[in-house]
Ligand binder design. Sequence first.
Ligand SMILES: CC(C)(COP(=O)(O)OP(=O)(O)OC[C@H]1O[C@@H](n2cnc3c(N)ncnc32)[C@H](O)[C@@H]1OP(=O)(O)O)[C@@H](O)C(=O)NCCC(=O)NCCS
Length: 138
Amino acid sequence: MPSNPHQDIVVPDEIRGRDPVLVMMPMPSDTNANGDIFGGWLLAQMDLAAGTAAYLFTRGIPVKTRAISEIEFHKPVYVGDKVSIYSSVVKVGNTSVTIKIESWVLRRKQMIYEKVTEGVFTMVAVGPDGRPTPVQGR
Ligand SMILES: CC(C)(COP(=O)(O)OP(=O)(O)OC[C@H]1O[C@@H](n2cnc3c(N)ncnc32)[C@H](O)[C@@H]1OP(=O)(O)O)[C@@H](O)C(=O)NCCC(=O)NCCS
């Protein structure tokens, strides 16, 4: 066992040095009939991550999910995989901010990273009346 238990885990260039917006671990209750993780669970985590990224961008103005596009499920996720979700702002409009989301797993058994999902989420800032309001992000 190396003194640093993580030193032999290769982090891909795409995520090296980036902070995930969310990290979680799926449990047996999140599985589908095939025994791997239900796509709806993953989509919910991605939506949560997009909402969190947008909320950080707007500095606390509430946001709602307006549109989700370009969703891809590249590889299955298994119970016990460490799921890390990364976000990047790709477009800022008047009331909307568009966030690219990528989910990566650290496989529990092999200790390798793999990209498992991606998608594009359009989040709209809303005022107290629930209607769109300028994002005023920085
Ligand atoms: C979010 C909501 C308040 C927006 O109100 P709306 O009247 O539809 O908004 P608008 O048509 O004025 O569009 C608002 C912004 O979204 C963008 N937008 C609208 N439809 C879009 C689509 N299909 N794809 C991408 N962007 C879209 C517009 O371009 C606009 O952006 P901009 O101001 O930066 O140019 C409203 O649609 C809503 O409440 N939807 C339900 C949200 C929800 O329940 N989400 C799930 C839980 S969070």
